[in-house]
Design a protein around this ligand. Structure first.
Ligand code: C2E
Ligand code: CA
Ligand code: CA
Ligand code: CA
Length: 278
């Protein structure tokens, strides 16, 4: 079929070329993001369900490109995982967070902060040495650092990863299993990795408490986590109704827009100082 003189195949090829061009531009832009100081670490509070106090935080990466504007990590993290940039990105974030933890330490603020570690980084890097070197360098207690392991990518060397995580865990660094209930192999990860904290993916709370299936799944997951003596964090809590539900189930921690959006270090710092003063 001819359309404006071009046939379907040509249109298809043009579209593909355009798409890979966009992909290429984004990748090229991402390559320079660290050097051009376009990346910033934001922090989202994790809140104790019983007391309502901020008990820890999660570091979330933000990228603002001069022309592209804000690019979501949901977009650029998978790209970075594809092209290998994720290792230097994760390394950069880890360094920034340790620097921040050090600064907070001098202000008398101690807040355990979690960083997201891609399975790709886990596979390629000597994580144990890297984390220990950083903690030593900034003179930070290992208990202040947490690693969140996502299931977004398949971990092929699970034994190798388990060994590294166990060493870090013995050292005092805690480990959270992120996005629980989605992705590849939640249950086998639980069995094989040294997990301290289980983060129930935000998609589960969305249908609560109206959907019977979600409700049952939620109860099953939290029951299992309790039996395994894991701390339960519920992600994506946006409404009071959801918080009440989570409270009633006896979950330990919530993280979501209701209790605090991801924001700059100074915003979290102000909240923590206010809390300490109470
Ligand atoms: P994640 O680790 O599951 O992080 C939680 C995501 O949910 C964040 O999205 C956060 O902004 C969002 N969120 C928090 N509370 C709510 C809520 O109440 N409702 C809704 N709808 N969303 C909420 P964000 O910051 O866009 O990050 C997306 C994903 O990108 C993260 O998912 C994580 O897998 C990845 N990511 C972010 N920063 C890093 C990083 O420094 N390194 C690595 N490797 N991955 C990262
Ligand atoms: Ca996470
Ligand atoms: Ca998550
Ligand atoms: Ca996620």
């Amino acid at each position: 079929v001819k359309a404006n003189g071009r046939n379907g195949l040509q249109l298809f090829q043009e579209e593909m070329a355009q798409r890979s061009m966009q992909h290429f531009t984004l990748e090229a832009a991402l390559r320079n993001a660290i050097d051009n100081h376009e990346l910033e670490v934001h922090y989202q509070p994790k809140v104790d369900v019983k007391t309502g106090a901020i008990c820890s935080s999660e570091a979330l990466l933000r990228w603002t490109h001069p022309e592209l504007g804000h690019v979501s990590p949901a977009k650029f993290i998978p790209l970075a995982e594809e092209n290998g940039l994720i290792e230097s990105i994760d390394q950069w974030v880890m360094n920034q967070v340790c620097q921040q933890l050090k600064q907070w330490q001098t202000q008398g603020i101690a807040v355990t902060t979690a960083i997201n570690v891609s399975p790709i980084s886990l596979r390629h890097r000597n994580l144990v040495k890297e984390v220990k070197d950083l903690l030593n360098h900034y003179d930070i207690q290992p208990e202040l650092l947490q690693l969140e392991i996502t299931e977004s990518a398949f971990i092929d060397d699970i034994e190798g990863v388990a060994t590294q995580l166990k060493t870090l865990n013995d050292f005092g660094v805690t480990v959270a299993l992120d996005d629980f209930g989605t992705g590849y192999s939640s249950l086998s990860y639980l069995a094989l990795l040294p997990i301290n904290e289980l983060k129930i993916d935000g998609s589960f709370i969305q249908n609560i408490p109206d959907c019977k299936n979600s409700d049952m799944l939620f109860k099953a997951i939290t029951g299992m986590a309790k039996n395994l003596k894991l701390k339960v964090v519920v992600e994506g809590v946006e409404t009071q109704r959801q918080l009440d539900y989570v409270k009633q189930l006896g979950c330990d921690v919530v993280q979501g827009y209701l209790t605090g959006r991801p924001s700059t270090a100074s915003v979290l710092e102000a909240a923590l100082l206010k809390q300490n003063a109470l």
